[in-house]
Design a protein around this ligand. Sequence first.
Ligand code: SAH
Ligand code: F3S
Length: 445
Amino acid sequence: MSDPTGARRYFLETWGCQMNELDSQRMAGQLMQDGLLPTHEPLEADVILLNSCSVREKAAQKVYSRLGEYRLFKKDRPSLRIGLCGCVAQQEGQRALDRVPDLDFVLGPARVGELRSILARREAGERVLATGFPEHREFDIDAVSRDGSHKGMVTLIEGCNKRCTFCIVPTTRGPERSRSLRDILAEVRHLLDYGFLEIELLGQTVNHWRDPELDLDFADLLAAIAPMSGLRRLRFLTSYPRDFTPRMVEQVGAHANICPFIHLPVQSGSDRVLRRMGRGYSVDEFRQLVRDLRAVREGLAISTDFIVGFPGETLEDHQASLDLITECRFATLFAFKYSPRPGTAALKLGDGVEDVESSRRLQELFDVQNAIQLELNEELVGATLEVLVTGWGRQAGTLTGRSPCHRIVHFPANASASPRIGQLAQIVIERAMPHSLLGQEVSIP
Ligand code: SAH
Ligand code: F3S
């Protein structure tokens, strides 16, 4: 099936983290500059890109099953081009080209900016393998399709230099590289001028940013960005607990437009497990950081990540995680069963936890968290929250958005002057659920 208008189209599927989301916007932007239009229908696409995640095994498997489906489209459309992008691309490299004969190219995360030249090379006959971490990277801030997004995402750091023993990211995204303050400020200005009210700063360890030449750290960067005119919401992701300095904490307290929401992955509530994970901080240090952050910012919502069933995790360790959850009262929590990843140090640890037991621990953790989340959300009933609209709600006639503390808020889109995606609305909260809030738009007299 080809497009009846004769336009060339691309279909792009994205898994994983915000960095992949931004990489997808960058790939879409390059294709659009070449005159391709987006489609939600893979069957009518001329180019299919799978932007993959390899942080857990399931996500990595999924992309291969998708490749198996899409390659069949080539029977009717030999001109179709299929590219494997993202972290699985970097991890698998040539293996992916060998395994999937109809795959046209493999594009690693550090090579995203080369998409157009890679497609051109494919047209010249080469099945292109573009992986690795070149010194020079293409990055054209004008070739980013941010359409439909409510926020402007800006990369601060590519890659990661930590060596958490469970994590594949340093292998798939390469060594850490901070962008210069000058480039970052220029991109933020560009996005604010374009009309974005919210800016999200990205890095695997975003608060480890340092200017490559000047003696400036993440605290200086926040101090430089927060006062920029037009910036209503500043968020950053992901903070590494050990890299949070008192000066950074101070900045979080100093600027009202820094969102009162911080994602601070702890991974475990047991020092013994944290040591085996190579995280480099203790549970007490994490607790203290949470206290310090809350002391400078009233109503600060903190979210976190946990891994359950890490090799050697005992029932006592698991209980320590549950206790930390009860103590810290996280606003949201992402938890995952440990997934062994190729080439990581944790593979050598032994003492694996049975899958059924890991599932049980995961469920227990969610049960404790859900009850806390419901209580925290119920405290917001009656409050008026400023909501940044992120899209249409699942129910017809509703809109969805995020409060400054990053809670999901649904509300009817009935007002005649209903806000658009990326705009702000004042919502009175009427009902709380564990994972979202319901409310009504405050009518402006
Ligand atoms: N610095 C990034 C880490 C990316 S991975 C960040 O904090 O966003 C995101 C989360 O996935 C991690 O915090 C961890 O909780 C989880 N994760 C990473 N590797 C994992 C693995 N091998 N098994 C299970 N969960 C994992
Ligand atoms: Fe992974 Fe640890 Fe870096 S979780 S992304 S190695 S901070």
